[in-house]
Design a protein around this ligand. Structure first.
Ligand SMILES: Nc1ncnc2c1ncn2[C@@H]1O[C@H](COP(=O)(O)OP(=O)(O)O)[C@@H](O)[C@H]1O
Ligand SMILES: [Mg+2]
Length: 233
């Protein structure tokens, strides 16, 4: 008998030969990407190059016209909507540029929300959420509403919310797009360190090479295909 092949390096998520068009606009053409567990990966390209489309396909929000999306080897692009929604709630986290927090809820409840939606009792969810404030440098902001925070603080709360359910993959779409350079660097450092500490793979979509430089490697979007760039570290 042969020894079973190690799965340690098997991708947690892979897109294979993905093609997606909107009308006559072919956004992705045979684009392939593999995300290893626990790595941080930047997807870089100019505005309109298809970065968000790729992220939506990988996370099961949008179906590709052709190609395959495998999460832990499972073809999620074939799953029905309810099963993909369940996957997003339990296995994936999302951070966007801004405006993703519920304005009427204090930070602690914003962070606890994914756990509450997954059925955890509120007290337990808040306790689990509270543990994320110190590592992200936002201790003391638990009762603040989003309108009472700076942009950088709000993004750290958003990162805490995206990680609170311990996802396998965290998707961040231009997560620092609304921040100044100094705050952007601090948020990227925390995003990468917290994800790595939790064993969550991080996929950051950005047009900014300074943001991409925080990731283990960078893939460029070029005319609808994905091209590996030089490893940064
Ligand atoms: N739902 C949609 N309907 C029609 N066109 C879309 C849709 N989503 C994206 N596009 C088009 O696809 C291209 C890539 O968009 P997007 O993935 O948002 O790029 P990026 O995130 O790199 O800025 C753009 O030309 C955009 O207009
Ligand atoms: Mg985009």
């Amino acid at each position: 008998m042969t020894t079973p092949q190690s799965t340690a390096d098997a991708p947690v998520l892979a897109g294979l030969e993905l093609t997606k068009s909107y009308g006559t606009n072919t956004v992705l053409h045979n684009a392939s990407i593999a995300i290893r567990p626990q790595e941080s990966l930047a997807v870089m390209g100019p505005s309109g190059s298809g970065k968000s489309t790729l992220l939506h396909i990988l996370s099961g929000i949008v179906k590709p016209d052709s190609g395959t999306v495998l999460f832990r080897g499972q073809p999620i692009h074939t799953w029905k909507e309810s099963k993909r929604t369940e996957l997003r709630r339990t296995a994936f986290g999302f951070v966007f540029q801004a405006g993703q927090l519920l304005p009427e809820l204090p930070a602690i409840e914003n962070v606890a929300l994914p756990l509450i939606l997954n059925g955890m009792p509120i007290a337990a969810a808040k306790a689990q959420a509270a543990a994320f404030f110190a590592p992200l440098g936002i201790s003391g902001l638990e009762m603040r509403r989003p309108g009472e925070m700076s942009g950088g603080q709000a993004q750290r709360v958003a990162i805490a919310r995206a990680l609170v359910a311990r996802p396998a993959v965290l998707f961040a779409d231009e997560p620092t797009g609304a921040l100044d350079a100094h705050t952007s660097a601090e948020v990227m450092r925390l995003l990468r360190e917290t994800s790595r500490h939790m064993g969550t793979a991080l996929v950051v979509v950005t047009h900014d090479s300074d943001v991409a430089a925080f990731c283990d490697r960078t893939i460029g979007v070029h005319e609808g295909t994905l091209v590996e760039r030089t490893a940064q570290k």
